[in-house]
Design a protein around this ligand. Structure first.
Ligand code: F6R
Length: 616
């Protein structure tokens, strides 16, 4: 949520401030802004919309300067306006600040500042931070760089919430200060210039050496050297310099009109990549070296908790079915936002898997930290293996899905599913799963990428169905067993990118209330593969049809029942039961995508969303 970048060096900062910011747009794209020190005054430019709008604004009203900071916003406090766009200035107009995070006690702090004569120009919590730091700085007669660092320490001590901030001041020349608590921040240390960014992706190509700041760190940069301190005045732990390793970024869309469609079509490859070198057919098991756990240690586990948010939580729910059936270890799934406050009993025989595509989701990170505090084994499942969750876990598994640019998660969802299937396999093989049963699972997993490729061949058929139902106001999604979470995920995808009210349910819950929603205008998507609950799904379809509800069934090739019973039937390749969630989820991704296209929605940047949710 919100992306910040900053730089200080020998030359003009604008090229980096705009390019780096563009790479962080996945974090928010409501509005954007930039501030630079030009001569001895701060100059800002802001625009509502994405970085392209800011670039246009800068082209119309050019500015040059050094140091500089910039920001792409996902609104938390105050509407999407240029006044609320960052950077924000303090009362003197000499201090500019960008912020990612949420100041929870901003109202209290704002009221106190107003009581002391401060006037605010925006509704943001960020402007409060700028005024608070500016006031502390102005009260210090020294007015030098140390005074700004002290002012930040003094002000941030009163702040409850999360922040990654960068600050420049008109009186301090070549000086840029930054601090973090709860929101990610990385430093780039170059010979000619230094940088800060919310994500190393912004620094790729600009700098080789990076440092991930720790919570409570304050960094002071002067373009040639840097110094670290902490918010509470203590000494910062020695920084660890790393080489930047941003995953190969597929920046282009190739032959596809949208990143989302490209990413949906990448799934045969991303699934292959997730399994590469990890399946061990000769031992009928799998291996994740990043878990750093021996079989003996894994055998001691008595309970598994899978926690995450949104799409990732749906993958966890599907994983619960897979892991329990393969390993017989009890699995619980919890929304990270609930788990962090649930006060769940935890012990060293419990493994908590903090799952997150981005590895930066605030709730999931908090759940991880809470689990660690209580002595559970904490393991990460992330796509970004350099993320905070990856770094803070006792061990972890990378998704290897490559960068996902479309805001709606697609390929990372199926990568999470396949990782959880392999995890079930590993845990099963050190308990009761027979070599023969495991060998069959491995064989099926090896066929998965081809089955997915064949599922993608239904693209045109699904596009036709999507166009036909695009004007729908409500969709229902139904599935049983591991396909129930897939129904939840199908509904989430649909509402995220089409804004059509959609809800997912276990099919058997139909008669417990949901049936009241059935009418001629409410299509139900029923996941009904040929499996041991097929007949039960058919009964549900009959119940819906008896009330004249349109049904779009997703079944299995060769099925003769669904086409005659339902309004639409999308038949996917025959696959072993535990693979049907993969194939069904791809069909539902395509259905949501084509519906959004038919409606003319902004598929890759749906309204109100951001790719990485780093605020609570
Ligand atoms: C849905 C989506 C979100 C994320 C959720 C968790 O398309 O992208 O629901 O799944 O915000 O994000 P991560 O996995 O990065 O923790």
């Amino acid at each position: 949520m919100c992306g910040i970048v900053g730089t200080i060096g020998k030359t003009d900062t604008l090229p980096f401030l705009l390019e780096g910011l563009g790479r962080l747009e996945y974090r928010g794209y409501d509005s954007a802004g930039v501030a630079v020190l030009s001569g001895n005054e701060i100059q800002t430019r802001k625009a509502v919309g994405g970085v392209a709008q800011l670039v246009a604004e800068v082209e119309q009203n050019p500015l040059r300067g050094n140091p500089g900071i910039s920001h792409t916003r996902w609104a938390t406090h105050g509407g999407v306006t240029t006044e609320n766009a960052h950077p924000h200035l303090d009362a003197s107009g000499k201090l500019a600040l960008v912020h990612n995070g949420v100041v929870e006690n901003h109202k209290h702090l704002r009221d106190e500042l107003i009581g002391r004569g401060h006037v605010f120009l925006s509704q943001t919590d960020t402007e409060v931070l700028a005024h608070l730091i500016g006031e502390a700085f102005d009260q210090n007669s020294d007015r030098n760089r140390s005074a700004l660092l002290h002012a930040m320490q003094e002000a941030l001590r009163h702040v409850r919430g999360t922040y990654a901030i960068a600050v420049i001041h008109a009186d301090l020349g070549k000086f840029l200060a930054a601090a973090r608590s709860g929101s990610p921040l990385v430093l780039g240390i170059g010979k000619e210039a230094q940088f800060i960014a919310s994500d190393a992706a912004a620094l790729d190509g600009w700098v080789q050496d990076i440092i991930y700041l720790k919570d409570q760190d304050i960094a002071a940069l002067d373009g040639e050297s840097f110094h670290l301190a902490t918010v509470n005045g203590g000494t910062a732990t020695a920084p660890k310099l790393r080489k930047i390793q941003v995953e190969a970024r597929a920046t282009g869309k190739g032959i596809f009109p949208h990143h989302m469609l490209k990413e949906i079509h990448e799934q045969p490859d991303t699934l292959r990549e997730a399994m590469k070198g990890r399946l061990i057919p000769e031992e009928s098991t799998a291996r994740f070296t990043g878990l750093h756990r021996t079989n003996e240690q894994l055998r001691d586990l008595k309970r598994i908790i899978l926690t995450g948010c949104g799409t990732t939580f749906h993958a966890a729910l599907a994983g619960e079915y897979m892991i329990e059936s393969l390993s017989r270890i009890p699995v619980e799934c919890d929304y990270a936002s609930e788990f962090r406050y649930r006060n769940a009993p935890l012990d060293p025989e419990t493994a908590v898997f903090a799952m997150s595509q981005s590895g930066e989701t605030a709730d999931t990170l908090a759940a991880l930290r809470e689990s660690k505090r209580k002595g559970a084994l904490t393991l990460g499942i992330c796509n970004n293996v350099f993320s905070t969750i990856s770094r803070e876990s006792d061990g972890g598994i990378g998704l290897r899905a490559g960068v996902e640019i479309g805001v709606a998660a697609t390929k990372t969802f199926t990568s999470e599913l396949v990782i959880l299937a392999m995890l079930g396999l590993i845990l099963g093989r050190i308990r009761d799963l027979s070599q023969a049963d495991a060998a069959e699972i491995i064989e099926s997993l090896e066929r998965l990428p081809d089955l997915v490729a064949r599922t993608l061949e239904r693209d045109a058929l699904i596009a036709d169905i999507a166009a036909k139902y695009a004007k729908t106001r409500n969709f229902l999604f139904m599935g049983r067993q591991a396909n129930f979470p897939i129904a939840l995920e199908g509904a989430l995808k649909m509402k995220e990118i089409t804004y059509i009210a959609s809800s997912g349910h276990p099919s058997a819950e139909l008669k417990h209330g949901i049936i009241a929603l059935i009418n001629e205008e409410t299509p139900t998507i029923v996941l009904a593969p040929q499996d041991d609950v097929f007949e039960k799904n058919v009964s549900n379809i009959e119940e819906i049809k008896a009330r004249r509800g349109p049904v779009i069934a997703i079944g299995t090739e060769g099925d003769n029942t669904l086409a005659s019973l339902c309004d639409e039937a999308i038949l996917l390749p025959a696959a072993p039961g535990f693979l049907s969630p993969f194939l069904n989820s791809i069909a539902l991704q395509l259905l949501a995508y084509h519906t959004a296209v038919a409606l003319g929605c902004n598929v890759d940047k749906p309204r109100n969303l951001a790719k990485s949710v780093t605020v609570e």
